[in-house]
Design a protein around this ligand. Structure first.
Ligand SMILES: [Zn+2]
Length: 547
């Protein structure tokens, strides 16, 4: 996802992350690994949904396969948001036995407690529950930021519907374990039934379709683990064409879905995709989902990083809705939605933060991938210029890491300030070491769930830099380091103010052709400076300067 409106909404609400006076019990149920969740691990989902496009309702079932990993309590937490209703739950006492047992269910807001003697189940064995549900899911108010289902029509009056639910949660439209840290390890099957005049597109690969009584069911298969909020559908009258890329892991299937009347311009506009994928593979390693392919699907909202089915809604403009967010002009050389949302396949979808409080990992590294693509397209200087230009959007209103365990997703700064952190690490470690670190992150945590601490440790290890104080400052403090200096008696005096203990940076200081590197800390230091008052400090670092 992307920041703009998030920041606007937050500003409007005068909301500062980490400043929420009281999280609700619902926030804790949603954001924490409580007793109804901690004893089981999702292995696979098999979701089938019938869409009633007139009533804007859904009816279906989800078979959730889970492994008992801990001491099972007789209560399982299933997330399904009002006004949807969980009608019934059947349990497979063992995967071998076809006999299903009915469980008792009780509702507590957006949580359904499934009561069943789960304690009788064997540890390290896999079982399933079949969740039957129906209802009218929440309609999106301002998608994708304020999500839900977008029911609508295209310009020719054809049905055009889709869903976006990051933050709000997948449980807004299907019953699941709505926890960012627990993805279905063995992938997912989706079956979407719609009137047979339309297509229903899902994540992964189309396995088959079947028609009956004026309806058609599309069967989609995802082989890889997938974020709940990435599971999606697009219903509409689409044109479809495909291509392949010979990438780092061999042949990658690429599919495009644009509204039929947009096919011509979409074919031109999407032509950037293969170069983008090559660029991203160079900087971040192989595309993480070869088994599922890569897809761009035209959506009735701006965009979203739905794994192997990226939502595209930037109306075939360059930049972000035709604007350059870096204000350098470089951001108008490509389409923001295609690049940003696709970058998330590497960070957000492949490497996923276990708690939304660490979503800077998603948005910061992905926002930096925009600069890397600019560099591939226009050269190193342009890429770096774009990255520095993004800083104009940083507000420093809150630390990047938000409150844990309450489904809190960080401030708008997780984008540009996160990207600035990546650029500073690059400046300190050098291009090739940085590139190997970035590729290594995607490999070390391949299809994985991470914490900020794990990412910090990995980056420090891989770059050989001591980054504890650096990360403490930029991830856990809201304010920027202040480089204070004065020149007296041909001595340059300097130190950092408002920094955490042990904070320092290798700052290049120059005057004319003369350059040297200083390493300010929180105590005053001085060096011989016979260059007068014409002094420049490297702008690779996100600091403020005080004379
Ligand atoms: Zn994003």
């Amino acid at each position: 996802m992307f920041r703009y409106i998030i920041a606007a909404v937050l500003v409007f609400m005068n909301f500062v992350p980490g400043s929420v006076s009281a999280y609700t019990h619902a926030d804790t149920l949603r954001g924490s690994n409580g007793s109804g969740r901690s004893w089981w691990d999702v292995k696979r989902y098999h979701l089938s949904v019938d869409f009633d496009l007139l009533q804007h309702s859904v009816a279906g079932r989800n078979q959730l396969f889970f492994e008992v990993t801990g001491n099972a309590t007789d209560s399982m937490q299933i997330d399904l948001q009002k006004p949807l209703v969980l009608d019934s739950v059947m349990v497979t006492p063992s995967l071998m036995s076809p006999v299903l047992k009915k469980a008792r269910i009780t509702q507590e807001g957006n949580v359904w407690w499934v009561e069943y003697p789960f304690h009788t189940m064997a540890k390290d064995s896999v079982y399933s529950v079949v969740l039957y549900y129906h209802g009218v899911p929440r309609s999106a108010k301002n998608p994708p930021w304020d999500g839900g289902v977008s029911w609508g029509k295209d310009s020719l009056g054809n049905e055009w519907d889709a869903v976006s639910c990051q933050g709000l949660g997948a449980s807004v439209w299907w019953p699941c374990k709505d926890a960012q840290w627990d993805e279905p390890d063995n992938g997912m099957r989706m079956e979407y039934t719609v009137p047979d005049t339309l297509q229903a597109i899902g994540n992964g690969r189309l396995v088959s379709s079947s028609r009956r009584d004026g309806n058609v069911t599309y069967y989609w298969e995802v082989k890889n683990p997938i974020n709940n909020y990435d599971v999606t559908f697009y219903i509409g009258d689409y044109a479809h064409w495909s291509d392949t890329l010979m990438g780092e892991k061999g042949r990658l299937n690429i599919d495009y879905y644009a509204l039929k009347y947009n096919e011509k311009r979409a074919r031109e506009h999407f032509a950037v995709v293969k170069n983008m994928l090559r660029c991203f593979e160079y900087w971040m390693g192989p595309y993480p989902f070869y088994e599922d392919g890569y897809k761009l699907v035209e959506a009735p909202y701006l965009g979203m990083e739905h794994q192997s089915a990226i939502a595209y809604g930037n109306k075939y403009q360059m930049g972000y809705k035709g604007k350059d967010r870096s204000e350098t002009g470089k951001g108008l050389a490509w389409d923001y939605i295609i690049i940003h949302e696709s970058g998330h396949e590497w960070f957000g979808n492949n490497v996923t933060a276990g708690d939304m409080a660490d979503n800077w990992i998603h948005e910061g590294i992905t926002s930096y991938s925009e600069s890397l693509f600019t560099e591939c397209l226009l050269g190193r200087e342009s890429g770096i210029k774009y990255s520095k230009g993004l800083r104009t959007n940083i507000e420093n209103r809150a630390p990047l890491i938000d409150d844990y365990g309450v489904n809190a997703g960080g401030s708008g700064d997780i984008y540009e300030k996160g990207a600035a952190i990546m650029h500073m690490i690059r400046a300190m470690s050098g291009d090739e070491k940085f590139r190997q670190m970035l590729r290594g992150l995607g490999q070390e945590f391949y299809h994985g769930i991470v914490t900020t601490a794990e990412v910090e440790r990995y980056i420090s290890k891989k770059t050989g830099l001591k980054l504890d104080a650096f990360f403490e400052q930029y991830l856990r403090r809201k304010n920027l380091p202040v480089l204070a200096y004065y020149i007296k008696d041909e001595q340059l005096h300097f130190r950092f103010e408002e920094v955490v203990p042990g904070f320092s940076l290798p700052i290049q200081v120059s005057s004319g052709k003369y350059t040297t590197t200083i390493r300010p800390g929180s105590d005053w230091q001085q060096i011989k400076w016979q260059k007068g008052f014409n002094i420049n400090f490297s702008d690779d670092y996100l600091i403020s300067i005080k004379k």
